[in-house]
Structure formats: structure tokens, C-alpha cells
Write a protein of this length. Sequence first.
Length: 1043
Amino acid sequence: MYIADLHIHSHYSRATSKDCTPESLELWARRKGIDVVGSGDFTHPAWRRELGEKLEPAGNGLYVLKQEYRIQDGTAGDSMRPYFVITGEISSIYKKYDRVRKVHSLILLPGLEQAEVVSHRLEAIGNLHSDGRPILGLDCHDLLEILLELCPEAVYIPAHIWTPHFSLFGAFSGFQSVEECFGDLSGYIHAMETGLSSDPPMNWRVSALDCYQLISNSDAHSPSKLGREANIFDTDLSYESLRKAIQTGEGLAGTIEFFPEEGKYHYDGHRKCGVCLAPAETVKYGGVCPVCGKKLTVGVSHRVEQLSDRPEGYQGQRAADFESLVPLPELIGASVGYSPASAKVAKAYREMLCKLGPEFPILRELPLEEIRGVSGGLIAEGIGRLRRGEVSWSPGFDGEYGSLRLFTPSEIQRLNGQMSLFGQQMDAPGVGAEKKRRQALKKIGGAETEKSPVPSVKSQHREPVWNERQRQAIQSVHRITVVKAGPGTGKTGTLAAHILYLLETRRVRPSSITAVTFTNQAAKELRERIQKVLGKNAVQKMQIGSFHGIAWKLLQERGAVSLAGEMETRGLAGKIRQEYGLKQSVSQLLSQISQYKTGMRGGDSGLEKQVFDAYQNALKEWGALDFDDLLLEALEIAREEAEGGRTDTGCFSYLLVDEFQDISPLQYQLIKAWNQGGRELFVIGDQDQAIYGFRGADAGCFQRLAEDFPEVSRIVLEENYRSSPQILGAASGVISRNPGGERKWNPNRPEGVPVRLVEAESERAEAIFVAKEINRLTGGIGMLEAQDLFPERGESARGFEDFAVLYRTHRQAALLEECLQKEGIPYVVSGREGFLEEESVRGTVCFFKALLQPEDRLAVQMVRTLLPGMEEYEALAEKYTPRLKRQSPQKLLEEWMKDRELEGKEEMQKLCQMSVFYQKMPEFLEALETGAESDVRRCGGKRYITGTVTLMTLHGAKGLEFPVVIIYGARKGLIPFAGGQNVSEEEERRLFFVGMTRAKDELILTSSQEPSSFWEEIPSRTARWEKPRTRERDRQLNLFDTL
């Protein structure tokens, strides 16, 4: 027989003791009488190195501490030689079945070599350096699949399966069954770790767990906590025998258990109010604290009640043996009335170990008379009562451990033999907590009740309910309808419903409808909404897309069109800039060409005509059109058809335009031309969200439309369904400083938290705050922090996908990325970043574009210009062309980078990270060429995982929404922006307003220097000023101190 504690942590895990080293863990294993101890944290590279340095193989798949590192202090077990088995815990935070899931997994491996292989794969998914228990946005099913692929001998065990915040069956973010979590791989799960707050009898009540072995471990965060729970094996001391026992039960003789009442999540409750409730009491009070009204933390007992199908006391034939013990220091303290952490208890504990041996034999086996001879009568009697089960408890709840009672204070005073050793007595542990509980019950007039079945709650599906203004817009039959839709008023829903009204009620042909959106993503969402109701056929017959996308399609229908994307036009502009010795940058030159071409600023574009002519001649030479040409050609076609007397407007009979406030004068002309002779024009937008003036967009387009078409029908949507009243109030205070008077919307969300204005000492401190705050709000730091946060907020932890970090310029993202990576937070960067301008990137994009469009002579020329040594172009084209249809863009790029020796270039790595979102190269290239800011994304790692934080510019966030929005770098000089020409403060205010109104539940503004002047426009009643948290523990765990 031997005892094993397989779930522990190293000093590299958060909130752990610095003494969690191999030598201290081995010492305490001897003191406890543990034969096999888990290494913990195998994913952390520095810990693996330390294990490799201090451990040596024992020849049985296990390890022992090298002799030179052993600590011999005479306390206990100097002759013991505990073994180490390689283990680790992984925290998975991801979204599945429309819920955020947070599950911890315990993994056992046969050696450090296998740990290296598994960790190498996981490092491509998330950061393994910042925490010994890494947080990965990885589905547990996928984690298990990786293990089975890389190391079939691994053992995968769902950890502490009932813990509320982080477990398989957790009340806040767990599953209802093993199958729901692991799907087709459920058969590879053989064991469950019960956790400190449950014992085997509680798990026996759930028949679905009958086929699993139940194991118990300490989950120790300090060496002295080893063995709080452990396993008893009757097998050979080897990894293979250990694995077989866990998976089959053969050789698993039983477990050593914490009393579940001592676990800090055993009962329901609210720690701050001292309220501890049985499950039936929680139901009675509707799940909220009867003292303060905030949400209760639901404990393990409650969750077991929900999933159990057997009565209390059930014991099946397969039930394994178990023993319920308490750590010896706690027993000493409970026996004599002192705190377990007191110096006198520590002295007595050390003396008992020195004279009697390890802790487990003292608690389980040694004769009481032998113990009494060393410890005295009270402690020996306490051990006797423990063995007989004569123990009472104040149960743990809401993160507070339960407290043991072996004797009443009066019993301690009556029994002699121990008083002289400990002198003045304290209240027995648990008296204070019990007193607090009784005071809380008295306050609420409650009493302890018997447990009763927990009723199930069924969710109800509701069809959309439109308000009166929305209904007017949806059912409008006017020749021209203008809908002013403020933020969160249901703009996209109203637009989609109007299309459905045309199709279903008015029986308009799908082929007669064109809907113009601002981004490809918006077009996709609109298609999906309609397809969900009417199916694919109706959607396929409609035209839904951006101005450029629709124009390109129209031109392609008339013949082959070669589009010069940004990758190619930059090359042409760069050559012209050099030829004419121009001072402006390539980007500035292209902007001036666009302004000149579209007549945005009349003749005041600052561009000489000969430069413009040189650019246009270069395009003509290569037979290509740029983006402005697409719209100009489409406008010319529409005008020719009108002059030719065509009266059938075809697909433009019913024209709908989204985000109307951001159209340019050229696009306005195109709308008029497309809809000339058409039946209806329906536009929707909001002047206060016009943020593209630098591209020629004019919020005055609403007024211009009214002047051109006096018969226009106007509808204003004012009911806000997105944001809390605090966010709306703050945003209204800002935007109302622009002309147009006070803006008001009617909030339909309940009261929320104030907008947070956070000032940091430096830009790095600001970025660290953002990363740590996201980690805190997702509950990713630890169980105690999670329970501290979420009952107070009245909701469960958030998922990473609930967060968006917005900033003014892409350059701000670099430091944020660094900090998020160190915190192990998965993220996606959205938008067109500067690396896309690098020659290696442009040349690569042009190469694959040329393969897909051989007639595009300009693309071929750019490849030869941008990529040196491309004389073998034909050979490379022959190699890659057949693979375009078979391989993903990521695979193609990885091979291309290897062939061209581009693997070391950061910009190419980023391009590869962009490609992971696409299945085929054509769609990837199309997104790069025609996608708007929010259409282009880059994964923060080599592999995309669901459930990630979004990083993007304020411009890119338009049209999106997130539960939590952090506007980063909201400081003077950036907001409003001081680095551009002709910057409009009114437009900058609108941009800030757009960012603020992306938030549904929480809005956080951060600054590291003088805050933006817009902060002063936020009404004080809606916001609160803060400094980043600087708790001692934060400083201890700060991963950036070494930078």
C-alpha cells in the first residue's frame, strides 16, 4: 500500500508559496507520510528545467529527488524516499453551447520528455510562461484530443469537478454531463477528482458517475498543505501501475478525504454578510443574499442536489473505501483551543513528528496510548474522536473554509492533562464564524432547514418584439425612408426586418433588392439573419455587399476586370513618388490621388495633375482599376443606362443603404444613379456616428438627401437596448457637446456599474492594468479572486470574447499584445496594420494573387519587383498552383516562407496569423483586398481558438458591440488625435462616442498621461475615477518586474 497526492502546484503558479520547490515538497511528503507526490505545473518551462535539474529517473516512470537536494531536519521520515510523478493542471476558458465554460484539468504524464512534447504543442495555443497553471482558450475536448495524439499513456482527469467557478460540473460555468463536455471522446475519461468540498458519498448520489474512479488530491498551493486529500494504492510503485489503477480501479484501494464541510464551497452563501445556507434555504431566498440582496455563491452541496438522482446515504456495491481526516495541526488546534497557525500549535506539531513519525500514521494507525505519551490527553482524545467520526462542523461557504469542532470550550477546560502545556485558551476554531452566521440568520429571520430537491428552471424563447418606431421603419412603403438609428437602437435588426417585410408581406422579388453595407462582416450578418428565416435561395438572389463589392460584381458581369489592390497601388505610387521627387509619403500620395479622382476637395487636393496622370497611365498600362475606379466605372455605367432610356432598374428597384452617415460624395451620387427610376430607397444611420471625414464621408448627407428629395419620410429610433443607463448617460454627456443639442435615448437595460476612469503611472502600467483587469474579470487569476468578484457583481465570470480593447492607432497595440501574452490571455487583432505595407508581405500576396488570376499582369510585375531572386517565378508558380485548391492559406504560407527563407521575418509571421481565419486562399486574398477595417483579423498565436479578446481601433469598432469595452490610451494627444492634418474635434468626439457606445455592461477608460479632454465632458454621476490596484499580492505576482 502507498499514499499518493497527485495534484499540487509549484512556486510558478499564481498565489502559491515560494517554498513550492522540489526539495520542500519532498520534505513535506516525508513529514506527511506520502509516498508519491505530483510534480505539478509540467507546462511551465522554467519549472520543467528545475525538475530536470533536481530530479532523477527512478526507472519506473517515476522520479526521485537527487540526494544533494534532500533536506534532513529530523522532523519525520528521513528514511523515506518519496517519488515524483509528472503532473500539471490546465485552466480552459472557452465558449461552448452559447455559454462561457471554465474547466480545470489534471494531467499525468510518464516523463519529462512527454511533458516537453505536450507543452510544445500547447505553447502554440497560449502562453505557458506566466502561470504554472496556464489559462488556455482551448475546449476540453480538444485538449484531450491533443493528449491522446501526442501521448496515449497520459491520464486526463477533470479536476475538483464540483468547484463553482472552475470545474466540469461547476455551478457558474460547468456542464450538465461528461458527454456535453467531451462529446465523442467521453469514453477516454476514466476518473474524476472529487475536490475538497465533496466526498465519495456525495458523488455516489449521481448515478452518471458510477463508471468513473473517484480520486482525491490536495491541490496544494504550499508544501504544508500536501495530503489534505490523497489516494491509497495497492499496486507496484510505477507509472504504469498507477495509471492502470486510476483508469480501471484495480489497485485503487481508497481515498483519504477532507471532511467536505471544511471545503470552502460546501454550502451556499455570501461571505461578506456571514450568510451560510443549505440548498433548500437558497431556493427559499430566490438565490440572493437575504441581507444585502446580492447573488449568492452556490456551493457544491447545492450543485450535487441539482444533478443527483439518488437520496442521501446511498452506497452502491462498487463504492470504494475512504477515510475522512483533518490535518494534524488543525486537530491540535481544535483540541486545545488555539489557531492551527499559532506558534504553540506549530511547536507541538513538530514535537509529535520528531517523536512519533509522519502525520498519516499518527492520524490513522498509531495506538492512542503511544500518542498520549507524547502529546498529552486532549490531543490523543481528539485523534480518537476523529477516528470514531465524533466531529462537528461549521460548514464552509463562499470561499471561507469550514471550521472543525472536536471539543466545546467547556470540555477543554474540564479535561485535564493539556492545560499546562498551552496556558491561556482561545475560543475553539469556528466559534467566531458560527457566531457570525447566527447573527446573520437572526438578521434575516431565518433558520436552518432540511434539504429539499432543487427545482429546475427552464429558459423561455421569445420572438422579437418591435417598438412602435421600429415597426414604422420595418413597414415603411414610402418612396424614400430615412431612419436615424442611434447606438443600440436595433439598427441591424430593423434593416433585416424591413427586407423580410418586403419579401414575405409585400412579395417583392429577391432579385429586385440590393442592400449596401459598410463592411463585408456586416453583409455576412445581414445575409445570415435573412437566411435563418427564408433559407439560402432568397439570399442568393439578392445583392448584399459593400459599395466596392457590388460595383466589382457589376463590372465583372460586363467582362474581365483586374483590380489593383492596396498591395499593388502602393508599388505604383512609390515608383511615381521617386520619379517626381515628391516629399509626401506613399500613403499621403495615394490619399491625394483618391481625393483628386473623386473630387472630394475639388481642385484643392494638393496634387499636381501630371502626377495624377502618371498614376492613371500606369494603371491603364497594366489594364487595372483601383478602388476609386470601381465606383467611378459603376457610376458611369448607371448614367449611360439612364441616358439610354432604360427604365428597368433591376436589382436596384429596392435599394437599402446601411451606415448612411459614412458615405462619400461619390457614393452618394452612386446611390442616386442606382435608384434612379427605382421604387424605394431606404437608408439608415446616425449623424453622431459619422467618423470617416478623412475619407470624404460627410454627415451632412442626411440633409442633402432631404433637399434632393423633399418627400422623404423620417423616422427616429430612440429606444436603446444595448447599454446600461450609466454608459448611455456618459456617452450622451460627451456627444451633446457637438452641435445639435442634448442627445437622449431611453435605456431598456437595468442599472449597471459606473463608467470607470483609470489613470496609470506609465504606458506600461496602463497596459499591465488592462491585461490584469481582463484576467480578473474572467476569474482567471484564481478561485478565491473569482468568488470575491462575482457575487459582488451579481453575475458569473465573463469569457474572453466578452472583451474589446479599443485604441486610436494601431501602434498602441504592440505593448498591449506583449502584456496579454504574458498573462496568457488569447486575443485577436482586428484591422489593417502597418506590417501589410512591408515588401515581403506585399510580394507574397501578389504572388498568390497572380496564381489565381494569371491575367493580372500588374500582380506578376509586383512579385518580380518586391521579391528579390524571383527569376524562378515560373517554377514556383508550377509548384504552388496545384496546391491552391487543396491546402489552407496557413499551410501554403508556411511552406512559402520556408522556400523563400522568410520564416524569421515578423511581418510574415503576422501574415500567417491572419491566414488562420480562412479555409481557402481566394477568400483570404479577397479579405485583404476589399475588406474594411473590421473585416481583417490577426490571431495572437499560431492557432486560432474560439473565445478571444478583441483588439481594434475605434474606427474598426463601428457597428459592433461587446459586454465590456476598454478604451485604452484615452489621453491628450491621442483622443482627440493631434498627429494628423485637418483633424476635426467634432469628428474626434463622434469617434470617442462610437467607442463608448460599443459597451453593453461595462465601460473602462484608461490613460497614462494627461487624460483626454473628453473625460471632463462625462457627467460625474455616471462615472468614478480610479487608480490601478496595487495590492501586495499583485506586486508579488507581477510578471513584468523583470522586463
